[in-house]
Design a protein around this ligand. Sequence first.
Ligand code: SF4
Length: 254
Amino acid sequence: MAVSRDGVDQAETLSYPATAAAAAVSLDQLDTRLTDCHACPRLVAWREQVAAEKRAAFRDQEYWGRPVPGFGDPAARIVIVGLAPAAHGANRTGRMFTGDRSGDFLYASLHRVGLANQPTSVSADDGLELRGVRVTAPVRCAPPANQPTPAERQRCAPWLARELQLLGPSVRVLITLGGFGWQSLLGTLGGLGWQVPRPRPVFGHGAEATLLDPDGREVALLGCFHVSQQNTFTGRLTPPMLDDVLGRAVQLAG
Ligand code: SF4
């Protein structure tokens, strides 16, 4: 029998996301279980290596270095789905999409449209609060080069699936940041019994689709370019473009 470094059966470690997520009865319990996940050896090694070596600018800080839970309102009407934590952003702060330029861009816009109490996100104790929105991702550990493998994406999927189930019928709008989040989310929702149009809606900035949850309620899906520096520094995604998508979400969420 293969045994991992902490003495836990390797098969049990690999199946942990599916079993632990499915049995979680609350978002708090889900988040607690998530932070103990070691199912992806490559990502566990990377998140811990980054946390130990640190970036010079954050040398005096203690990195989170673990899986990152969703952040925001537990009764969210809007859910934003990104890609994965950034090595020196959420992998440092422990809070999704905070602590780097991508977070600066996203949270400033959330504040402008009235979904956040402040425009900045620098650390887990900076007082930032979200109203009516939750920020999450289909992969919860920072991947090397921001690229999780297909197997890692698949292994991590149960965490987002259970998070969406526990958020339940309050959710009226889903926003994906980038095509990867779009595809991941549609796959996850299909597995949860949602009705997804066929052919599948195509991702694009400003794309909109209507999905039906398992109880037949309409939920809007909006596409938005990812808030990566690759997009924001080149002008592919500008603050007004992001404000437009988030403003549309507020309108649809009522
Ligand atoms: Fe667990 Fe997901 Fe992190 Fe893999 S990426 S170790 S499944 S939390």
